[in-house]
Design a protein around this ligand. Structure first.
Ligand SMILES: Cc1ncc(COP(=O)(O)O)c(C=O)c1O
Length: 361
């Protein structure tokens, strides 16, 4: 029986086309710069993102951390949204790897108020750290996959430029934002000094992310990647799937967005659940339990017993992510399961055997 896994789009399996491309990939030693498939992927992604240069990295986390390392000096301060992935879910890497501190700002729908960003920029005072980097995230994961509008990103980047501060875009799901907005990713990446995109989420490649920016920036990041053990040898095997991801998988993201909307619509009609439809903009649905007798752990366990996996955020909240391995028939099955959970009268004990909390962002 098929398991419907809605915990994240990171669970997507590579397509047959990717597997074929990987098996037949032309390879060389990428630390010597001699892997033709990696070189092809890096050139393709630089072109798509409208940047001079690009680097294949092992993961979104590595891409973001290399950006912070390359843009900052020890003791600097980085402005970023409080619930952003870089601040919350990268194991404190900024502090450990770059020796910088964060100046987190609360956002709404992932958006920091531009005037709050400007106020957080440190002046020229002997006591202050130097503000050297501002990071944005689009789509914004913890805001339910919300899309940051291009004008907002331009406004924040213009402020940064006025003060000579670098900007980085965590675009783990930038293609989802581009799909929702109907614009090319290059337009969204344009105001930023650097951008990171994930190949291994909705685009379904098994491994890898891309970091892009100026030639000089990528040179610095390449060296730091080596330092972190991310210099891979015959990485063309991975890059081959990345090329398929960028050339064959971006157009279909609209399907995931349509399925998320369908799912959210169905959930919003179930008594006991609260869904903010306005927040459903891409491939994520965040739900709240509005029944005092039940919690998200119970719901997850009930569904897990029906081969449906969801991501529990806390006792009252859960996250569902649509992706290529979930179709509209699966959405119907999930809605049936949800309805059953709220229709049955007994309480469900959580054994913890089938559900793990906060395991995947
Ligand atoms: C917004 C965002 N940035 C970065 C990452 C990190 O990507 P990875 O899991 O490849 O390290 C994620 C992962 O979910 C993410 O959602």
């Amino acid at each position: 029986m098929k398991t419907i896994d809605l915990r994240s789009d990171t669970v997507t399996k590579p397509t047959q086309e990717m597997r074929d491309a990987m098996a037949g990939a032309e390879v060389g030693d990428d630390v010597y710069g001699e892997d033709p498939t990696v070189n092809r992927l890096e050139e393709l992604s630089a072109r798509m993102l409208g940047k001079e240069s690009a680097l294949l990295v092992t993961s979104g986390t590595q891409g973001n951390q290399l950006a912070v390392m390359s843009h900052t000096r020890r003791g600097d301060e980085v402005i970023l949204e409080r619930s952003s992935h870089i601040y919350q879910f990268e194991v404190g890497g900024m502090a450990v790897l770059s020796g910088v501190q964060a100046a987190p700002i609360d956002g709404i729908g992932g958006r920091m108020d531009p005037s709050a960003v400007e106020s957080a920029i440190r002046g020229d005072n002997i006591h202050y750290p130097r503000t050297s980097l501002i990071c944005l995230e689009n789509t914004h994961n913890r805001s339910g996959g919300a899309v940051l509008p291009p004008e907002h990103m331009k406004e924040v980047c213009a402020i940064a430029q006025t003060y000579g501060i670098m900007t980085h875009l965590d675009g783990a799901r930038l293609f989802n934002a581009a799909t929702a907005l109907g614009v090319p990713v290059s337009e969204l990446a344009a105001p930023f000094d650097s951008v990171q995109i994930c190949l291994s989420k909705g685009l379904a490649a098994p491994v890898g992310s891309i970091l892009a920016g100026s030639r000089e920036f990528i040179q610095a990041a390449r060296k730091f990647r080596k330092m972190l053990g991310g210099g891979m040898r015959q990485a063309g095997v991975i890059a081959a799937a990345g090329i398929v991801a960028l050339t064959r998988m971006t157009e279909r993201l609209k399907e995931d967005h349509d399925n998320a909307r369908l799912l959210a619509q169905g959930l919003s009609e179930i008594p006991g659940l609260r869904i903010d439809m306005a927040s459903v903009q891409t491939n994520m649905v965040f739900g709240a339990i509005a029944d005092p007798g039940r919690n998200a752990g119970q719901l997850a366990e009930f569904l897990a017993n029906r081969h449906i996996r969801i991501n529990v955020l806390d006792a009252g909240h859960f996250r569902l992510v649509t992706h290529k391995d979930v179709d509209s028939g699966d959405i119907d099955n999930v809605l049936d399961g949800m309805r059953q959970f709220f229709a049955e009268s007994q309480a469900y004990p959580v054994t913890g055997k089938t559900v793990s909390f906060k395991d995947n962002y």
